[in-house]
Design a protein around this ligand. Structure first.
Ligand SMILES: [Cu+2]
Length: 224
């Protein structure tokens, strides 16, 4: 019969081996997430593949898609969600026509006679007015661009389709623009804000996307 000390040593050795076995893949995962430039490829076999848009915590938030690159089969879906512990939004945006790049704010023309009231009237807000030398009868304001902040698609004919939050859409592959709008971490966004965006890819191809707020955040979906 083994002595109690030998049994204890064996027990500790077994625990150490088990902990190491668990820590090695965890360390790998953490270092891959910390390095936003890491080209991580995933081939998940489940019908819907999950991709993180951003993540990290209050001390080390990171602006990257993880995995950065995924490979799926035609008919599979990809669902993006914001994994950050802070309320920083991200977008999942496919610019499939060079003319469809969008910014979060954009100039809009209004009649010179327009007056703007803050809501509620006492709030500390006013629109940014832009000079319009070419046509002084028209005033321009900077406004929030719904094409960037809200989920929408521009189809092959140029028609704009708006979606409600947490949109799911089946990609036809001839679209000009596909945008998730702002994705917030669960419980950290506005009441009707999106926390997920799901696309089903029917056709083979390479689909590049990025985040409008952080243009260095890039990702790729390979369908084959
Ligand atoms: Cu972002």
């Amino acid at each position: 019969m083994a002595r109690p000390t030998s049994v204890l040593i064996m027990l500790f050795a077994t625990i150490a081996v088990l902990v190491t076995a668990v820590m090695i893949p965890l360390n790998h995962l953490v270092s891959a997430q910390n390095n936003s430039n890491a080209l991580t490829t995933t081939t998940q076999s489940s019908a819907t593949v999950k991709v993180q848009a951003g993540g990290g915590n209050n001390t080390f938030p990171y602006d990257a898609f993880y995995p950065k690159q995924i490979q799926i089969s035609p008919g599979q879906s990809v669902s993006w969600y914001n994994a950050a512990k802070v309320g920083e939004p991200h977008t999942v945006t496919f610019v499939l026509d060079n003319k469809t790049k969008a910014q979060l704010s954009a100039p809009f023309a209004v009649k010179n006679s327009s007056s703007f009231m803050s809501i509620p009237p006492s709030s500390n807000s006013e629109p940014v007015l832009l000079p319009n030398q070419q046509n002084p009868s028209i005033t321009m304001i900077m406004g929030s661009n719904a094409r960037a902040s809200d989920p929408n698609v521009i189809d092959s004919t140029g028609k704009i389709v708006h979606f409600s939050s947490n949109a799911a859409y089946s990609v036809k592959s001839n679209e000009k623009y596909i945008n998730s709008g702002l994705l917030f971490p669960k419980g950290k966004g506005p009441p009707n804000g999106s926390t997920s965006f799901t696309l089903t890819f029917e056709k083979a191809g390479t689909y590049n996307y990025y985040c409008i707020l952080h243009p260095w955040m890039k990702g790729k979906v390979l369908v084959k």
